[in-house]
Design a protein around this ligand. Sequence first.
Ligand code: PLP
Length: 459
Amino acid sequence: MTGTGITAQTSPPTERSEALFTRARTVTPGGVNSPVRAFKSVGGTPRFIREAHGAYLTDADGTRFIDYIGSWGPMILGHDHPAVREAISDALQYGTSFGAPGEREVELAELVTRLTHTDKVRFTSSGTEATMSALRLARGFTGRKLIVKFRGNYHGHADGLLVEAGSGLMTNLDGGLGAAAPSSAGVPEEYAALTLVSEYNDPQGLDTLMAERGAEVAAVIFEPVVGNAGVLIPTPEFLEALHRVQNAGALLIADEVMTGFRLSLNGATGRLGLRPDLICWGKIIGGGLPVGAYGGRAEVMDFVSPQGPVYQAGTLSGNPLAMAAGLATLRTLEADPDLYTRLETYTTRLSDGLKTLAAEAGVPVSVNQIGSMLTPFFQDAPHGSVRSYTDAARSDTRAFAAWFQGLLSRGIYWAPSQFESIFVSAAHTGVELDATLQAVRAALADLNGTDLSPKGVQP
Ligand SMILES: *Cc1c(COP(=O)(O)O)cnc(C)c1O
């Protein structure tokens, strides 16, 4: 690790993670199976994780961390939750995959449609497949070709969605911030040309785009609360503009892969009072196993095969172990009406602590938080004022990287990128909160005395 200037204390050992990373890079591109795990934007050795229980991760060298990524969202109950583990091991006794329908798929579909006020749902194996399939459905239903997405929103890695995309793409591409469309090599310009991009939280921009091209637009897809550019919270005016696209005959698709069952039992859609035509899910809906889903009203969903003409399939879709984990997770969430309040209380205390400690340390930080999602943007702006990709991109990624390393060396596993949300789980308690704020204070203190200029340049 170079360039972050952390000198604070003796860091825990990383020999085994380093050895595994070396082996991994020989047999896997970049040594990881999903880019942001490589720590490229914060430097240093990615920790290879051996096990996870409750609010904690343990790495290959035996170091325990308080975990704030929760597998990037799914682990809302904490790792290795007894109800989820029991459900999986119970399902395991009956076989791991049938390639034929089973009762758990019906049960989970009934639960999801009830909680989300949708009529029908189709399960996939990942969030990427859910958004990709929802867009094909929107095109099949409307007979139109174009889709609209927002800068810095991430909807998985299907070709047409890798245009001005967020998440790992905000830091891992050569060229980094402001990467032009398409945001990945291998995406033909012809595909990218079918995706129009508008700025998040810019109602006028969206209205103008729809006035010009609305009759050709099959769907507008959006993160109802953005997690993949760091947390961005929508304004009421922007939400109104989103609903106006329905007047132009375009379907409104809420990508709730991150926010579904995270921001409330009814997702961001319930919390913010949205009326989308289709909703995509992933992450929590699988309770830590690979699941995605998309759903909506019957009139639209009945266009999906075998009922309708829009093809979509999956060898492992509706997998019995994944359905069992999802059912146990959603049932546990539903059985605990105070859970979302507890998550929010914890996260608000973390957020308030961060604001106070950053001010005391004289480090410019602008915090966005909603429910159990939070991002401290390292920039000099009022709290809550970062509202778009352009705003987020003003952050000092070197300061973030140094702060991240300061936390990691003190046993706090924060998201290894400025442009991600962290996630609090039901397993986080006051003990973890106090330990986290202590580490936050120390890591902020380290920043003073570190030469971080020039601003915004990555290590
Ligand atoms: C994670 C995520 C996806 C992609 O889901 P995968 O399961 O990683 O394919 C899509 N949309 C949003 C908003 C996400 O956060």
